[in-house]
Design a binder for this molecule. Structure first.
Ligand SMILES: Cc1cc2nc3c(=O)[nH]c(=O)nc-3n(C[C@H](O)[C@H](O)[C@H](O)COP(=O)(O)OP(=O)(O)OC[C@H]3O[C@@H](n4cnc5c(N)ncnc54)[C@H](O)[C@@H]3O)c2cc1C
Length: 374
């Protein structure tokens, strides 16, 4: 059969797209090399931050606001608890771009935002220790998404609305044309439209079409520390982002006693996504220990750490666009370590682009034309 749409990669972005397309009455085949949600891509580790006053730039705000509406809708459609409103605190020097962008976003889009000096922040959250040069911008309506539960929720709806999901079936080749042919290890599938949402494998897959996507798969680490629940429980402590001139860290309060979670956003080693990641080791823990010692010194010992994959673009903005050479192929890739919160809205725009050739969101910032690759 010729499907209306094939989606390569049914992870964060692809699963949501599968649902919105099936809901629109299209015949949809989602192919994944693993069985999502899984631990081999970019979507494991329990939690993802969703914040609206956006440190990466105010132009992201309408998109993340739409994502927030769709997460709420997904919760009510599936009767699942996907979002935890802990608030998110952004910490940095008052003049740094990230804090300035947070403030501009809030001012432009009338988002609730509270400002604290370091002394005020330490009084509000006694688990924090901050030097005098840092300020805290707290967004009380922001919070945490339960990442695997979100993907399971979209999977349930996608399957219920008639999408087909083939798991453990890696796509190894794409033949372009009016009808696109997609080759896996065992089958060739055909469709009128193709969506590529292959996360850390996007570059490898597009190489088969002689396209050099500037997306670098990167090894990332994160860890959980024992936490004094009086200081760090999600009932009193928010999710957090720390932005410095040479580094940035993010993390989560202790949810259901899981411990204080911490990760470093910048840096990381370039990897081949097909080679199993070097497991979390002592070298990885040193950096996180140093950070937590300084800013949350009342934490307990390290519980355990994990590894995950980022897909970095050079400017850390996403890629959501048609392939200029093939107008029936849409790419959504390079989510650069801050994409999950958008995945509901990315799914919606991928469906709109495929159905109508255009969408309601402004995707200018995510166009392929900003790179000189065609
Ligand atoms: C540790 C960590 C913390 C993060 N924290 C945050 C956060 O707090 N907030 C936030 O918004 N974002 C965060 N992110 C980023 C966010 O999780 C990612 O941007 C997002 O999950 C990327 O989604 P994706 O669909 O591109 O990739 P994935 O969810 O990994 O999906 C890609 C899918 O494609 C499949 N695939 C790949 N190649 C093929 C092929 N050839 N054939 C078939 N299937 C294929 C894979 O198996 C996978 O299932 C974080 C990421 C990490 C790793």
């Amino acid at each position: 059969m010729v499907y209306d749409v094939i989606i390569v990669g049914a992870g964060s972005m692809g699963m949501a797209a599968g649902y919105y397309l099936a809901k629109a009455g299209k015949s949809v085949l989602m192919l994944d090399a693993f069985d999502p949600p899984h631990e081999d891509g970019s979507h494991h580790g329990d939690t993802r931050i969703i914040r609206y006053a956006y440190g990466e730039g105010a132009s992201y705000v309408p998109f993340v606001k739409r994502a927030g509406e769709l997460w709420q809708e997904l919760e009510s459609l599936t009767d699942e608890n996907l979002f935890l409103q802990t608030g998110v605190v952004n910490i940095g020097e008052p003049t740094c771009d990230f804090i300035q962008n947070v403030k501009t976003s809030a001012a432009l889009y009338e988002l609730a935002l509270e400002y604290y000096t370091s002394v005020e922040a330490m009084k509000k959250w006694p688990g924090l220790t901050l030097p005098a040069n840092l300020v805290a911008c707290f967004e009380p309506t922001a919070g945490i998404l339960r990442v695997e539960a979100c993907i399971r929720a979209y999977k349930k709806l996608a399957l219920e609305t008639g999408a087909r999901l083939q798991t453990n079936e890696k796509v190894v080749g794409i033949q372009t044309g009016e009808i696109v042919q997609v080759q896996t290890g065992s089958q060739v599938y055909e469709a009128k439209h193709l969506i590529v949402t292959a996360g850390a494998w996007a570059t490898e897959l597009l190489e088969t079409l002689d396209i050099s996507l500037p997306v670098t798969p990167t090894r990332k680490t994160f860890a959980w520390f024992e936490a004094d629940e009086q200081l760090y429980s999600d009932l009193i402590f928010p999710a957090y982002c720390f932005e410095f001139a040479d580094s940035s860290y993010y993390g989560f309060p202790s949810i259901d006693g899981a411990g204080l979670k911490l990760g470093r956003h910048d840096g990381g080693e370039e990897i081949n996504p097909n080679v199993p990641l070097r497991p979390f080791d002592d070298m990885d823990s040193v950096d996180l220990q140093n950070f937590i010692e300084q800013f949350m010194p009342q934490h307990g010992p390290l519980k355990y750490g994990k590894t995950c994959k980022y897909s970095m673009t050079p400017d850390e903005d996403f890629i959501i666009d048609f392939l200029p050479t093939h107008q029936n192929i849409v790419i959504a890739a390079g989510f650069s370590g801050h994409g999950f919160k958008f995945s509901s809205a990315v799914g919606e725009v991928l469906a709109e682009l495929t159905l109508n050739g255009e969408c309601k969101q402004d995707l200018t910032r995510f166009q392929l034309s900003r790179f000189n690759i065609f």
